[in-house]
Design a protein around this ligand. Sequence first.
Ligand code: GLP
Length: 240
Amino acid sequence: MQVIICKDYEEVSQEASRLVVNLLRKNPRAILGLATGSTPIGLYQNLIRAYNNNEISFKDVKSFNLDEYLGLPRTHAESFYSFMHRHLFDHIDIKEENVHLPNNDEDTLKKDINDYTEALKKNVPDLQILGIGANGHIGFNEPGSSFDSETFAVDLTLKTRIDNLRFFNHIDEVPTRAVTMGIKTIMRSRQILLMATGEGKAEAVMKMIKGSVTETLPASILQKHNNVVVILDELAASRL
Ligand code: GLP
């Protein structure tokens, strides 16, 4: 694991976008695994800027998002589908047919989950972007998730729902379930970039890097991947 410690969120976002821009310049047909949450927003803003400056194009890029809520239509403002369009896709030249997020239609869930796993075997991300939950989750692989899982439907922990309450008006509105890439799927990516900022992530970050590899701290599996870059601000790195 390569660990880069930056001063603040802005520097973390700059460092991360440098890595993504370099990848897209070398490989304009790259397959990107993308994440939602507050953490990657600064990275996405920098990528939009680099696109507007003609440094990179997304016209041949394919994207696969990590996860999506169940029980919210894609059109809901807080679905990850809407989030990704609002924060990235609507501002760049990625083709809509190259954008993939787990489908969240309950009627076809089983087949869609299987199709997502198969699509990701054929389209292994060159780079998977990750944040980390305060409980050490990656994607929506909550503590206790099997390291052997591909895409699956998951019950969200109350902790994760409370963490995500800031995007909703009331806890009852926060979805209780989601579809997520599994750990095995994430680990197949050629390179992984995990970003974390703020004191609230410090303990999970410390356990991810220095703790034992255990399903109770899902991100700890990254110790077993041979190409991981972790970009932290000083607060998230404060317990290392
Ligand atoms: C969410 C997402 C994760 C994300 C994490 C941290 O629940 N499913 O992909 O990394 O929580 O979010 P944030 O970056 O807002 O702290």
